[in-house]
Design a protein around this ligand. Structure first.
Ligand SMILES: Nc1ncnc2c1ncn2[C@@H]1O[C@H](COP(=O)(O)OP(=O)(O)OP(=O)(O)O)[C@@H](O)[C@H]1O
Length: 391
């Protein structure tokens, strides 16, 4: 198990990691997420004793990395695949590492086979593609058959077959009872690989939860509803019925209605009572990417000027689920990259923006418990200040 307590790292005036406390448990894959520059690599470097914390500590099995006897056989890591000496062949590179750690040389051929480099083991690693370099880095991490494994962006540069292989490898390692801590910017991949997530923004902890909880806590569910095509009367009748019942109804580009704040069975009952036929009534399942974008939007430091012009620079975002006029649930006109604004919500022209109940999971989450207000907005951490700056 990896345990961080109050972990802080300052580089001069820059606070890269601030007061991080978390545990990475054995037997599952823990994803480590955060925008560029949020402190993931710095945290991993501190776990591996490559950087000393400015405050706090991080231990592996109760000891700091430097206190571990024969650390190379207990902890394996892929940090920067490019750091491999390009003049050496892959096998010799691994042999050197094995000798330094007292690992028998037969293990080198074993791990070359595991990562699929057995046929190019005697080729200079300088000529390796990005993906081959990643595989070699993973082989080095596996060399000591360690119980704790850290991977910083392991699928970087891998082809689809390689990505699938890494996914299965991570899961297999975790299923063997190992501690697997892996950073990635590929949300779809993380959604399929990780069981648990630690999310940081500007060096600070934003979430420490299971993948499913993370998605349900940071996303807004809605129903996609479709009335018979070309029957405008039915559509309008449904829109006004649902609006009267407290739903927020927006029009999607393909003509479907996006209905939030009401559970599916209630939408069905209301449509039935209004004598409106439905061609579609389906739940929208939020993705990890949507949930991640929603949580970290205010903690992103590096953004394209084009995204800034389109509103993605907004820092103080409303609560999850906040629906703006214009049908843009991400607030202030901001949408995750790649998503287009939809049509205006029905029945709310001129009405103030409304706030569905946020924070609860699943369909019933649209009902605020009686007498309770919606959950307060999740605000992104501001950049931590260095007390030494004020001296
Ligand atoms: N040796 C260093 N000296 C000064 N600043 C550093 C150093 N290492 C990291 N930083 C700064 O600390 C912050 C966190 O960097 P880090 O590389 O840990 O982020 P990251 O989350 O791994 O980013 P990415 O996703 O882009 O890899 C950044 O602002 C970075 O510039």
């Amino acid at each position: 198990m990896i345990e961080a307590h109050g972990l802080t790292k300052r580089y001069g005036a820059k606070t890269a990691v601030y007061n991080l406390s978390f545990q990475v448990r054995p037997g599952s894959v823990t994803g480590f997420l955060g925008p560029n520059g949020s402190g993931k690599s710095t945290t991993m470097r501190m776990i591996l004793g490559l950087d000393a914390p400015s405050a706090g500590q991080v231990t592996i099995g109760g000891r700091t990395f430097r206190q571990l006897p024969n650390a190379a056989r207990q902890v394996g890591a892929l940090l920067d695949a490019k750091s491999i000496h390009g003049g050496r062949n892959a096998r010799n590179h691994l042999l050197t590492l094995a000798q330094l750690a007292g690992i028998p040389s037969r293990r080198v051929d074993e791990v070359l086979g595991v990562v699929g480099l057995q046929d190019v083991g005697r080729k200079r690693s300088g000529g390796f593609s990005l993906g081959m370099g990643q595989r070699l880095g993973i082989a080095a991490a596996l060399l000591g058959d360690p119980h704790v494994l850290l991977f910083d962006e392991p699928v970087n540069g891998l082809d689809p077959e390689g990505i699938l292989w890494v996914r299965n490898l991570m899961k297999k390692l975790a299923a063997e009872g190992r501690t697997v801590f892996v950073s990635s910017h590929l949300m779809s991949e993380m959604a399929q690989t990780a069981d648990h997530l630690i999310v940081i923004g500007r060096g600070q902890l934003m979430a420490d939860t299971s993948v499913s909880e993370f998605i349900s806590q940071n996303s807004v569910d809605f129903a996609r509803v479709r009335t018979p095509e070309g029957d405008q009367q039915q559509r309008e009748k449904l829109v006004s019925t649902l609006g009267e019942a407290g739903a927020l109804v927006e029009s999607e580009e393909d003509g479907a209605l996006k209905v939030s704040r009401l559970p599916l069975p209630r939408i069905s009952d209301l449509a039935h009572a209004a004598d409106v036929r439905l061609w579609e009534l389906s739940p929208h399942q939020a993705s990890l990417e949507e949930a991640y974008m929603r949580l970290t939007q205010g903690a992103v430091d590096y953004r394209s000027t084009e995204d800034q012009r389109s509103g993605l620079q907004q820092v103080a975002q409303p609560a999850p689920g906040y629906a703006q006029q214009g049908g843009m649930p991400y607030g202030n006109g901001a949408l995750p990259p790649g998503q287009q604004p939809m049509g205006a919500p029905y029945g709310h022209a001129g009405a103030p923006p409304q706030q569905p109940y946020a924070g609860a999971s699943g369909w019933q989450g649209y009902y605020p418990p009686q007498g309770q207000q919606p959950a307060p907005p999740q605000t992104a951490p501001s950049a931590p200040t260095n007390p030494e700056d004020h001296r």
